[in-house]
Design a protein around this ligand. Structure first.
Ligand code: COA
Length: 171
């Protein structure tokens, strides 16, 4: 495994690798904006939005990879309005299910936060869903819970989760 590296230009190959990984993570129960069984085309649309944004310096995509391609990614987006230039959102963070728990998510997150801080970003926010244990992961990385929207996430099986908001000030 190698990386994290920052990707600044999109390609069809990147889109294929990213959307394939995104589907794998989703089907394993990962909280990447979708539910198990959601149409692959919808997941690919989210991956396409990431790849299409790469022309902008305000989009930060970091990946880890091996000989079979992209195995993990973090996508941050810096605020574009003047009053939000000092902030960024962590939009997506995902690692291949076979590699979760081996430190790659931490490396992607910390590498991204350091790059944003270097570019003058002072604070990062993110939204995640309850019931996943992810709050513990983000708290361990210095994020603070700022609020939650009860039942904002609804699954096909009728279950609900809260959307939970976190922020972290960068050094
Ligand atoms: C969340 C994610 C990116 C973390 O990356 P990772 O490489 O698996 O995590 P790391 O190996 O760097 O860190 C492991 C630590 O985080 C904790 N952790 C990671 N994911 C967790 C989860 N879903 N629930 C509980 N704890 C979790 C582990 O317990 C471990 O803690 P420890 O070091 O004290 O033992 C990865 O698990 C993932 O892709 N999950 C599915 C997609 C997803 O839910 N993304 C988050 C969107 S907000």
């Amino acid at each position: 495994m190698r990386g994290p590296i920052r990707i600044t230009a999109g390609s069809d190959g990147l889109l294929d690798e990213l959307s394939g990984l995104w589907v794998r993570i989703t089907e394993a129960g990962g909280a990447l904006g979708f539910d198990r069984g959601d149409p692959e085309a919808a997941v690919r649309g989210a991956a396409r939005a990431v790849v299409d944004g790469l022309g902008s310096p305000d989009h930060y995509l970091f990946v880890v990879f091996d000989e079979s391609g992209v195995r993990g990614f973090a996508h941050f987006r810096r605020g574009h309005r003047p009053v939000r230039r000092h902030t960024a959102e962590l939009e997506w963070l995902g690692v291949h299910p076979g590699l979760q728990g081996t430190g790659w998510g931490t490396r992607l997150l910390e590498h991204g936060l350091a790059a944003l801080a270097k570019d003058g970003v002072e604070a990062v926010f993110l939204r995640t869903r309850s019931g996943t244990g992810l709050g513990g992961f983000y708290r361990a990385h210095g994020f603070t819970e700022r609020g939650r929207w009860p039942r904002a996430v609804r699954f096909a099986d009728g279950g609900y989760r809260d959307e939970v908001w976190f922020t972290k000030d960068l050094p």
